[in-house]
Design a protein around this ligand. Structure first.
Ligand code: NZQ
Ligand code: ZN
Length: 385
């Protein structure tokens, strides 16, 4: 049966890219806005970004809130919401990576909601309105700077969950690759692999004759593969600007339109961060190969296509494609099993399974028909010590 695309597409985030993009910041924030400057643990103070941003804010009333953690918590973000309300701020400027962007989205929505902020994350409150958000991106990985998703962790219950809220999609994002220079290698590795898996989750399902979407996903995957192959050049401007643009394009929504998606790796991977504090990118390289092996029949045609179009394999079998993906992750020092991260919990597989059950994600279904037995085999392969 033919597959007919049906979608609405609108991505209104204005992107300003390049070494001179900071100069735009002052004009992008609405005149008269009262700004919350939101950032993380202080990397922006060490690399000069804080100074550049505060100069641009000279004409505005602004208040800062720092300490948004990697994998931001509801508890911290609620404190920021209180500041925004108290000071009657009306614009949220995120300066940081995916965690700060996601935190800004939550704050923007929660400020205008009277109930418990977790309702937004759990989906029991559908966000209709949010304060405007702008982003100065300092880490290339998530694509959060121009999408409508955000991931928040409730520390009290160790729950990490994504929500989508169109009104929180950033109005603008400043992407200056020069700011990536201060990132440690570990974050470049994470970013490259996070973006790679984002492209996979929107591509590795089954063929529906989506020439543009497939072609575009393959272009981004090939770019990321090239960045892995040239990882020794990672400190060059050319390498960094390609990472920044690839990671943005991988999750701005452009190649998800009208095609089947399978976000199973991401949906399971959150538990590894919630339980063991593992970086998001690393949770993906741990789980995805095991997931692809378990679902290989459902994904065979697309894995073969990826083997041919992305890895240029002479004999592009699905098995060989999974091996090529693993080799790529290994080449940028990413773990392929929970044990590679130093976690020494002999109960890890059963803990992760229990968390998936508790959060209703032990049988995600989807085109590969993930039931609890399949999920358990994936988790055992990736996490059993
Ligand atoms: O907090 P600071 O001091 O700024 O340090 C950060 C943080 O420790 C540091 N960093 C950021 N920019 C830097 C820098 N260090 C030196 N120089 C710079 N220029 O890097 C560390 C990690 O930052 P974080 O923002 O946590 O990383 P990332 O961008 O990978 O974001 C991860 C979060 O995004 C979520 C993840 O689940 C995780 O919570 N995701 C969000 C998505 C979305 N909204 O679309 C999709 C993703 O799949 C992902 O789930
Ligand atoms: Zn991700």
């Amino acid at each position: 049966m033919s597959h007919l695309f049906e979608f609405s597409y609108h991505n209104p985030t204005q992107i300003h890219f390049g070494p001179n993009s900071f100069a735009k910041l002052g004009e992008l924030i609405p005149a008269g806005a009262k700004v919350l400057l939101l950032y993380g643990g202080g990397s922006i103070k060490r690399n000069g970004v804080y100074d550049q941003v505060t100069q641009a804010l000279a004409g505005f009333a602004w208040v800062e809130f720092s300490g948004v953690e990697a994998n931001p918590t509801l508890e911290t973000l609620n404190r920021a919401v209180a500041v925004v309300r108290e000071q009657k701020l009306d614009f949220i400027l995120a300066v940081g990576g995916g965690s700060v962007c996601d935190g800004a989205k939550f704050i923007a929505a929660a400020t205008l909601y009277d109930g418990d902020g977790w309702d937004i994350v759990s989906g029991s409150h559908l966000v209709q309105a949010a304060l405007p958000v702008g982003v100065v991106l300092t880490l290339a990985a998530t694509g959060s700077e121009s999408n409508a998703g955000a991931v928040v962790t409730r520390a009290a219950t160790q729950q990490k969950k994504v929500f989508f809220a169109e009104p929180t999609r950033p109005r603008f994002a400043i992407l200056n690759p020069e700011v990536l220079a201060s990132l440690p290698d570990r974050q470049l590795e994470n970013g490259l692999v996070d973006a790679f898996v984002h492209a996979c989750e929107q591509y590795l399902t089954y063929p529906v004759g989506a020439l543009v979407q497939d072609g575009y996903a393959e272009a981004v995957l090939r770019a990321l593969k090239t960045l892995a192959e040239t990882f020794d050049q990672r400190r060059s401007s050319e390498w960094l600007q390609n990472l920044m643009w690839s990671a943005n394009q991988a999750l701005c929504g452009i190649f998800a339109v009208g095609v089947p998606l399978d976000w199973a790796t991401h949906r399971m991977a959150v538990e590894l961060t919630a339980l063991y504090g593992i970086d998001h990118g690393r949770t993906l390289s741990i789980l995805q190969p095991a997931l692809l092996r378990e679902t290989i029949e459902a994904k065979r045609a697309k894995l073969e296509q990826m083997g041919r179009q992305v890895f240029g394999l002479a004999e592009p079998s699905a098995e060989a494609c999974i091996e090529a993906i693993e080799a790529l992750y290994r080449s940028v020092n990413m773990p392929l099993h929970l044990r590679d991260t130093g976690v020494a919990d002999t109960q890890a597989a059963s803990r992760v399974m229990q968390a998936l059950r508790d959060h209703g994600n032990a049988a995600l279904g989807g085109h590969a028909g993930l039931d609890e037995a399949k999920t358990e085999r994936i988790i055992t392969a990736a996490c059993a010590l």
